[in-house]
Unconditional design. Structure first.
Length: 257
């Protein structure tokens, strides 16, 4: 009887220990969630504050130039307002996409697509952002005519990376995309000759709202690569980045064959 009571007492102690451990874990995750929520609110408000301030000052100036009947300046200010609105719209779309894909529970749908048509569609979309000093060159492995993927997700991944290559190459230069098979994968390698990424920044590259030390003069919300990472996880895609400041950046996107 005494032995039985002793065993029961030991079991109760073990249960208390497990409950305490679970409570600590719960408190840790709650604290982490609050921290992330705080960072999200701070980052989001910062991303909106600048264009909203620009809109307010632009409207004030527009009223002034309307009074003075200065048509040329009115047109200039209206263009500035449009750019701020486009920036805000793009930021909202990216935030929505990031959290939409983050909570998506739909089963991934893959299908075989024509690779060359797929790449041509991407280049058509990219064309609007290319200046006369940018050159995009694509090299596709001979005989590689089709791939199996989720077309929408893969297109978003590649568009984000290519548009970044253009954006962060303000002096122009060549953007090279090589597509080839590598064992059980199809690899998309995208290289630019832009400003590059500091080695210390690489570890945070895919974090939402993170922007490198050397991009302060280039507009952006720091959401594109966070979306790329999340889409890559959904698509079971491996994404690697190598970069050197003032020498350019290379992304390698590998999808299962």
């Amino acid at each position: 009887m005494n032995r039985r009571k002793k065993n029961l007492k030991t079991g109760a102690g073990s249960s208390k220990h497990r409950t305490g451990s679970f409570s600590k874990q719960k408190n840790f995750f709650n604290a982490r969630l609050k921290k992330l929520q705080s960072e999200f609110i701070t980052s989001t408000s910062h991303q909106f504050r600048t264009p909203l301030s620009t809109l307010q000052s632009s409207v004030d100036l527009l009223e002034l130039y309307i009074e003075k009947e200065n048509t040329a300046r009115q047109i200039e200010i209206i263009s500035k307002i449009k750019r701020s609105i486009n920036y805000l719209t793009d930021t909202v779309d990216r935030i929505t996409a990031l959290y939409k894909f983050g909570s998506s529970k739909e089963k991934l749908k893959l299908k075989k697509i024509n690779l060359r048509k797929f790449i041509n569609d991407i280049l058509d979309e990219v064309a609007v952002n290319i200046s006369t000093t940018h050159y995009v060159n694509v090299n596709i492995e001979s005989g590689l005519n089709a791939i199996k993927c989720n077309e929408f997700i893969l297109k978003q991944i590649l568009l984000n990376i290519i548009n970044n290559a253009i954006k962060f190459s303000p002096q122009g230069g060549q953007i090279q995309m090589d597509i080839k098979t590598e064992k059980k994968f199809v690899e998309f390698t995208i290289r630019d000759e832009g400003i590059g990424i500091d080695k210390a920044d690489l570890k945070n590259l895919f974090q939402p709202f993170f922007r490198g030390k050397n991009v302060s003069t280039i507009p952006g919300a720091g959401l594109g690569l966070a979306i790329v990472k999340r889409l890559g996880q959904i698509h079971k895609t491996r994404i690697l980045c190598a970069s050197e400041v003032n020498k350019g950046t290379q992304f390698r996107v590998s999808i299962p064959r």
